[in-house]
Design a protein around this ligand. Structure first.
Ligand SMILES: NC(=O)c1ccc[n+]([C@@H]2O[C@H](COP(=O)([O-])OP(=O)(O)OC[C@H]3O[C@@H](n4cnc5c(N)ncnc54)[C@H](O)[C@@H]3O)[C@@H](O)[C@H]2O)c1
Length: 357
């Protein structure tokens, strides 16, 4: 355990005591930076990371009072109110379960876990401890997502009976753990596809998935790519580079899904959800609503929609929820459904059969 200074920086006991598990990229860019904007409400008390240099750097740069190599030790020794779980996917469930057992509220990065069994265990643990468990489905906090959700709730789409999700990168294989199946559970589907999948499900009010067909490919990620310097370790590329899927729901709706880290396609980064409803359609990317009005096809677009940082808005919602001033948009049960669909898509890709999630 590293101790920053004798008083540990714990001057204001009224503030919420925050811990962070995993002090890497997203912890810096979306959690710690945003907690620091609310230093009057929260204090960064403890950081846990298997990398000792990362622990030290976080203590020095952000003023955490304590640092640990093992998150279990952190939960045993530091009195925390809430924690951000920002590790590779493999450790989301163990870190979250340890936090919930210690009575901490949790904001766990996406995806919820590696398997649906883990997500269910996390849901049960949150219910047993009576604490908040929210997932980093940050796109829900975008102004365009909130606007479209309100439009759906106002009935502007009617019954949503079909849709299409894309999270496509033409040449965007991330470095580090993101190409490691052992640590991440998969490639673009579980990493970036999960964002648009969650968003579509949220727009559709989480209908029950009843059948899934999936396919996954490893055609480009495992080889040198000769047009650009190859930044990823293609010899150790163990995840899919393209995943395709179709999800059927109990209410008759279907969703098509396409997600890649690398693919020969004209688009650049392309994250979108398109939904088709009986009264209107929706395009997340343009915040467009498409209807027939007085017999004329009308596109209602919102070119001036604000776009504040979704991570900051999400983190502020978490702090509000900790203070009893609101609820997080995601629930542990929704995390289970997202995880069930991802798991079923991967299983179907392996077996070539349709799978019941
Ligand atoms: N919401 C988003 O938009 C978004 C964006 C990027 C990443 N993420 C998610 O955040 C998570 C982390 O991604 P990242 O980009 O920060 O990765 P990263 O590799 O930059 O950071 C992960 C950190 O976790 C630490 N770590 C590894 N195993 C650990 C363990 N057992 N206990 C404690 N610490 C451990 C590593 O040392 C590293 O510092 C992933 O689950 C990823 O899906 C979400």
């Amino acid at each position: 355990m590293h101790d920053r200074q004798s008083d540990g920086g714990r001057s204001s006991l009224a503030k919420l005591k925050i811990g962070v598990v995993g002090g890497g990229g997203i912890a810096q860019a979306a959690h710690i930076n945003n907690y620091k904007k609310h230093a009057d409400r929260v204090e960064l008390v403890a950081i846990a990371d298997v990398n000792e240099a990362t622990v030290r750097r976080n203590i020095e740069e952000h003023g955490f009072a304590y640092g640990f190599a093992d998150f279990n030790e952190m939960f045993e020794n530091a009195e925390l109110d809430a924690v951000s779980v920002c590790t590779p996917n493999k450790f989301h469930a163990p870190a979250t379960l340890a936090a919930l057992k210690a009575g901490c509220h949790v904001l766990c990065e996406k995806p919820p876990a590696m398997t649906s069994a883990e997500a269910m265990e996390m849901e049960a643990a949150a219910a047993a401890s009576g604490t908040i468990l929210a997932y980093g489905f940050c796109n829900r906090y975008r102004a365009r997502a909130q606007y479209l959700k309100r439009a759906i709730e106002a009935g502007e789409l009617g019954h949503i009976y079909a849709g299409r999700i894309a999270a496509m990168r033409r040449n965007g294989i991330p470095g580090g753990v993101f190409v490691n199946k052992e640590l991440q559970g998969g490639g673009p589907l579980i990493d970036i596809g999960v964002h648009m999948l969650d968003l579509a499900l949220w727009f559709m009010d989480f209908p029950k998935p009843v059948q899934v067909m999936g396919a996954a490919y490893r055609e480009l990620g495992t080889k040198p790519y000769d047009s650009v310097p190859t930044p990823w370790d293609y010899a150790n590329y163990t995840v899919e580079d393209l995943a395709m899927g179709m999800i059927r729901f109990e209410n008759g709706a279907t969703l098509l899904l396409e997600t890649s880290f690398i693919v020969h396609a004209p688009e650049g980064n392309n994250n979108t959800v398109r939904l088709h409803g009986t009264k209107g359609g929706l395009d997340y990317k343009t915040a467009g609503i498409h209807q027939l009005r007085q017999g004329i096809p009308v596109d209602i677009v919102a070119p001036k929609i604000p776009d504040p940082d979704m991570h900051q808005v999400q983190l502020e919602a978490f702090i509000d929820a900790l203070e009893g001033k609101g609820r997080m948009l995601s629930t542990p049960g929704q995390g289970v459904v997202v995880q069930q669909i991802i798991e079923a898509l991967y299983r179907s890709a392996e077996t070539g059969e349709a799978v019941v999630p």
